[in-house]
Structure formats: structure tokens, C-alpha cells
Design a protein around this ligand. Structure first.
Ligand SMILES: NC(=O)c1ccc[n+]([C@@H]2O[C@H](COP(=O)([O-])OP(=O)(O)OC[C@H]3O[C@@H](n4cnc5c(N)ncnc54)[C@H](OP(=O)(O)O)[C@@H]3O)[C@@H](O)[C@H]2O)c1
Length: 328
């Protein structure tokens, strides 16, 4: 079968379209024909080994020294079940499914085998394969961190990086939870981000951006371009701050926050469980999550797609069509 293999860490050119062995499902497993996958920031980080300096060596231990041990990247998929192993009752051939593949990767391939207990769920009936593939990583991240900061009805949240994958889902979910939402993105994206439900949209490139800020119950930092010194003055006493890209914060900020009764939620791993994915799916079926789709590329153009994501300015989600012939 065709697959894109990451031959070493580096620029998008390290990705090579190759023929690899077709995976066969064993007992308790299913095989999915991958219709659509995506290029997430996680794909960019693994491919280029772009991680905060102190973690470089640790990440190479975890992922592989010169190249990823699991060389087929791709962190989320939507597709069709094409084979079902013995003892599987949750799926049948022909079922449309979606799910994250952060554990083990493997989305950039024509087929992928899953355990029937993996966090794979049926595609919502109102969803296309593109929408289904674009949902798992961004939406579950938004849900996880909004749960962690315990956002309540009537509270005021500021979402920084509102036009990215996590940011777009966070704006939608925060609005659904009854919060007043201020979204921050560049002016060119302001109109469609407002249409996602934001009450106010602020342009971080505007000359007097800071003057338009108020104080907020929750600061949700989805894109790590707003240092603590600049943003924490806008967090209310007793407020919550989350930065989904940072595992550590300087002790002086942690100490100041503690004194002000503020809670800091730093990056961890949202649960990659079936129960959590079912929660995400339920919100998708209700229409709370509406995936924002940027460009779509065929698998053959995966390098172009990675170059696009490497720029750091995608709008929502960049998708990859793996089987264009089946969609016709
Ligand atoms: N902890 C976790 O579990 C977890 C899970 C998923 C993702 N993440 C991390 O979360 C981050 C966001 O992921 P994502 O997929 O949402 O990102 P993304 O889609 O790549 O974000 C791109 C967005 O960032 C905005 N942006 C770029 N420079 C900016 C700046 N200086 N100020 C404000 N906005 C700026 C861009 O908006 P403009 O084009 O308008 O500038 C663009 O829409 C990544 O670092 C990823 O690794 C963490």
C-alpha cells in the first residue's frame, strides 16, 4: 500500500511516498481504509524535532534518535472499516469512523490497523471525511483544557491564537458553555472567527492591541506568542490561565499567580480514551464543533501541506485526501 515515510528529522523533504506492507488485523482488531488525515502542529514538531530545548534528548529517546521509530506520521484520521478481526463487535465492514492516532501515529497511509478498544468512534452522520479527520486532535484539546480551567457560564474568556485548530474549537465550545468570548487573531481572519461565535475579535497586529484588552476570568493561550509578562496583567484575581504549549512556567509567575489566587494549567496530554472521544463526538453531533477547513492536499503533495503548516498561519485545519479515487 502507499504511505508517506519520514526518513529522518528535518524539512518537509524528508517525507517520502513509498510502498509499504499492507497491515493485517488480528483478533480484536480492525483495519481502516484511511480516507482523510491531517497535518497537525504535532506532525510538524515530530517531523522537524522542534521541541523546547531541554526536551530534545528526551524526545529523541521517546520517538527515535535519528528518525521517528514509527516513521509513518499522521495524528488523526477518518475512514471506512474494511476488515474486522475475530471477537470484534463494535464495528462492521463499511462503518465510517474517525479518531486520533497520536499513540503510534500512522495516518499518512492508505490503511491503518486499530484495536477495537482504541478511541475510534463512528463518524457523525452530519460530517464529511474531511471534517471527521480534522476533529479529534483540536477538539479534544479544546475540551480538555476548558474542563481543566472550569469555565463557567457568564465568565469572560480570552482565546489567544483563535484562528488555529485548537483556537477555533475553543471559541466554539466556550460560547456553547455560555461564556463571553474575546478571540485574538490577525485582522485578516477576524470576520470568520467572529462568525464562529466570538463576541469580540482583537487583532494582535494592530498598533494599540493592548489598549483594547480588559481583564478576564480565563486566559486560554493556544499559540505561544504572548509572554506571561505581557498577558498575566489581564487575568483577574482568582482567574485561570492555561498555556497548552508550555509544560513549565518561570517560578516567579507561578508564585505571583498563587498570591493572586490564580490557577495555572500547563500542557499535558488530553486523555486518548474512547470515553473522551465519545464526548467530543457528542458535541460534534450537536453542532457545537464545526471544523474549520483550510486547504486540502492529496497524499502525494504531503510536502506542500507540511510547508503550509510550517508557516504557523493555517486557518483551522489542513487536510490530506488519501484515496481521491474513492471520493469521486
Ligand atoms: N497540549 C496539547 O495537548 C496540545 C494539543 C494540540 C496542540 N497543541 C499545541 O497547541 C499549539 C496550537 O496548535 P494549533 O494546531 O491550534 O495551531 P495552528 O493551527 O498552527 O495555529 C496557527 C494559528 O496561529 C496564529 N498565530 C501565528 N502567530 C501568531 C501570533 N504571533 N499571535 C497570535 N496568533 C498567531 C495564526 O493566526 P494568524 O494567521 O491570524 O496570525 C494561525 O491561525 C501548537 O503549539 C501545538 O503544538 C497542544
Amino acid at each position: 500500500m502507499k504511505a508517506v515515510v519520514c526518513t529522518r528529522y528535518g524539512a518537509p523533504e524528508v517525507l517520502k511516498l513509498q510502498q509499504v506492507a499492507m497491515p493485517e488485523p488480528g483478533p480484536g482488531e480492525i483495519r481502516v481504509k484511511v480516507m482523510t488525515t491531517t497535518v497537525t502542529v504535532a506532525d510538524f514538531r515530530v517531523r522537524s524535532m522542534t521541541v523546547p530545548k531541554p526536551f530534545g534528548l528526551v524526545m529523541r529517546f521517546v520517538l527515535g534518535f535519528r528518525k521517528p521509530r514509527n516513521p509513518i506520521l499522521g495524528m488523526e484520521i477518518a475512514g471506512v472499516v474494511d476488515q474486522v478481526g475475530a471477537q470484534v463487535t463494535r464495528f462492521k465492514v463499511g462503518d465510517k469512523v474517525m479518531g486520533p492516532t497520536l499513540k503510534g501515529f500512522g495516518g499518512y497511509a492508505a490503511y491503518r490497523v486499530f484495536k477495537s478498544t482504541d478511541p475510534l468512534v463512528h463518524l457523525p452522520t452530519n460530517y464529511s471525511f474531511r471534517q471527521g479527520a480534522a476533529l479529534p486532535v483540536g477538539a479534544r484539546t479544546a475540551l480538555h483544557y476548558l474542563q481543566k480551567v472550569e469555565l463557567k457560564k457568564g465568565e469572560h474568556i480570552l482565546v489567544y491564537g483563535a484562528s488555529g485548530s485548537v483556537g477555533t474549537y475553543t471559541v466554539q465550545l466556550a460560547k456553547h458553555l455560555g461564556a463571553e468570548v474575546t478571540a485574538v487573531c490577525s485582522g485578516k481572519n477576524a470576520e470568520w472567527v467572529k462568525a464562529l461565535g466570538a463576541d469580540r475579535v482583537l487583532d494582535y497586529t494592530a498598533p494599540r492591541f493592548e489598549e483594547q484588552l480588559r481583564t478576564y476570568d480565563v486566559l486560554f493561550i493556544a499559540v505561544d506568542q504572548w509572554p506571561e509578562a505581557a498577558c498575566l496583567p489581564y487575568l483577574k484575581k482568582g482567574g485561570r490561565y492555561t498555556n497548552i504549549t508550555r509544560m513549565f512556567i518561570a517560578p516567579r509567575w507561578a508564585w505571583k499567580a498563587r498570591k493572586a489566587g490564580q490557577k495555572m494549567v500547563l500542557a499535558g496530554s488530553p486523555p486518548e480514551t474512547l470515553a473522551f472521544m465519545e464526548e467530543v463526538k457528542a458535541l460534534a453531533e450537536k453542532g457545537v464543533f464545526r471544523p474549520v477547513l483550510d486547504c486540502d492536499y492529496p497524499l502525494e503533495d504531503i510536502r506542500k501541506a507540511h510547508h503550509h503548516v510550517d508557516q504557523g498561519h493555517k486557518k483551522g485545519n489542513v487536510t490530506i485526501t488519501v484515496h481521491p479515487e474513492t471520493l469521486l
